[in-house]
Design a protein around this ligand. Structure first.
Ligand SMILES: NC(=O)c1ccc[n+]([C@@H]2O[C@H](COP(=O)([O-])OP(=O)(O)OC[C@H]3O[C@@H](n4cnc5c(N)ncnc54)[C@H](OP(=O)(O)O)[C@@H]3O)[C@@H](O)[C@H]2O)c1
Length: 285
C-alpha cells in the first residue's frame, strides 16, 4: 500500500527498540491484508513516557505495542485495563479507540495460540512445567490457569519470584522443590523454558534451563527463545525424541492478537511468520 493522508499509524514503544522484529512482522501483516496501515518503532526515554502516551491521543495513533522497560510504567497511564493486564500489572498492547486508551496483555494468550497451532495440544487437564518466573512466565502461568490445565508446576532460580508467580493461578499452581524436579519433569505433558538460557547474547553460564535427560519421547517442550531459532536445549531434547518448538510462534501469535485488537480482523499469520524468519536469518548471517 502507498502511504498517503489516510494511512493509519501504529507502532512499538520501548528503549532500546531499534532491534525489534515487530515492525517487520506487523507491516508484513498489513501488506498481506491490503490495509493502509503502517507500524513503526518509537524509542522513548522513561521521562518522556507520559508525554508519548498523551501524544497517542493527540495524534490519533491507533495503538501501540509496549516493550521493555515501559510495560509496567504505562499501566497507570491507561483509561481502561483488560483483566489479564490488571492481574499481571503489565501492559504490552494499547488500543486507542479515539476516546480512551485501553491496555491489554497479549503474551499469555499468544503462547496458548502458538502451542495449539504448533502441536494441537488440548490444554485441559494437562500437567505443565514452567522454568522461570519473569514477565513471560507470569503471563503464561495466568493464561494457563484460565485454559483449564490440571497442574502448573514452577521452577525458578529465585524461589520468592516463583511463589509470587504461582499466586496468579491459584491452587492449580505449585512450586517444585529441588528434590522433586525429576519426578515432576517426567510426568509433565508440556515443559516451557521461560528463561534466557540458550539465547544468543544472554551471556548465561549454564547451557540448559533444566537437564534434557529428565524428559523422554512423547513429551512436549517449548523454548520461548526465538533467536537462535533452535537452542542447545531444544537440540538435546530432539535427540531424546521430545516434540519441541521454539518461541517464534509465540512472537507471531501475540502480534496477531494485537493486529486483531487494532483492526478487528484475523491476522495473516503465515505472512507474519515469513517476515520474522527473514529478519532472524538476516541477523544470524
Ligand atoms: N517468544 C516470545 O514471544 C517471547 C516473549 C517474551 C519473552 N521471551 C523470551 O523468554 C525469555 C524470558 O523472558 P522474560 O521477559 O520473562 O524475562 P525476565 O522477566 O527477565 O525473566 C527471566 C527469568 O529467567 C530466569 N533466569 C535468568 N537468567 C537465569 C540464569 N542464568 N539461570 C537461571 N535462571 C535465570 C530469571 O530468574 P530469577 O527470577 O532468579 O531472576 C527469571 O525467572 C527470554 O529468553 C525472552 O527472549 C519470548
Amino acid at each position: 500500500m502507498r502511504i498517503n493522508g489516510s494511512t493509519v499509524l501504529v507502532g512499538v514503544i520501548g528503549n532500546p527498540v531499534k532491534h525489534s522484529l515487530s515492525p517487520a512482522i506487523l507491516n508484513a501483516a498489513f501488506r498481506e491484508a491490503e490495509m493502509n496501515w503502517v507500524y513503526t518503532a518509537f524509542e522513548t526515554r522513561e521521562e518522556k513516557l507520559a508525554d508519548a502516551i498523551e501524544g497517542i491521543r493527540a495524534l490519533g495513533i491507533a495503538g501501540l505495542s509496549v516493550t521493555m522497560p515501559h510495560k509496567a510504567k504505562v499501566f497507570p497511564l491507561m483509561d481502561e485495563i483488560s483483566d489479564s493486564a490488571q492481574m499481571l500489572g503489565v501492559v504490552n498492547c494499547i488500543v486507542n479507540d479515539g476516546k480512551k486508551l485501553k491496555g491489554y496483555n497479549t503474551d499469555g494468550d499468544g503462547f496458548l495460540d502458538a502451542v495449539a497451532h504448533d502441536s494441537g495440544l488440548n490444554m485441559v487437564g494437562k500437567k505443565v512445567l514452567i522454568i522461570g518466573s519473569g514477565g513471560s512466565a507470569r503471563s503464561i502461568i495466568y493464561s494457563l490457569s484460565k485454559a483449564g490445565v490440571g497442574e502448573i508446576a514452577v521452577i525458578n532460580r529465585t524461589k520468592k519470584k516463583a511463589l509470587d508467580a504461582i499466586e496468579l493461578a491459584g491452587p492449580v499452581a505449585r512450586y517444585v522443590e529441588e528434590d522433586k524436579i525429576s519426578e515432576v519433569a517426567a510426568e509433565a505433558d508440556l515443559v516451557v523454558n521461560a528463561t534466557p538460557i540458550g539465547m544468543s547474547d544472554a551471556g548465561t553460564t549454564t547451557k540448559f534451563p533444566i537437564e534434557p535427560n529428565l524428559f523422554s519421547e512423547g513429551q512436549l517442550a517449548v523454548d520461548l527463545i526465538y533467536h537462535p531459532l533452535s537452542t542447545p536445549w531444544m537440540e538435546a531434547l530432539k535427540n531424546r525424541k521430545v516434540e519441541v518448538y521454539g518461541g517464534l510462534s509465540m512472537l507471531i501469535f501475540q502480534a496477531a492478537k494485537a493486529f486483531k485488537l487494532w483492526t478487528g480482523q484475523e491476522a495473516p499469520v503465515d505472512a507474519m511468520r515469513k517476515a520474522a524468519l527473514y529478519e532472524i536469518k538476516k541477523i544470524t548471517q
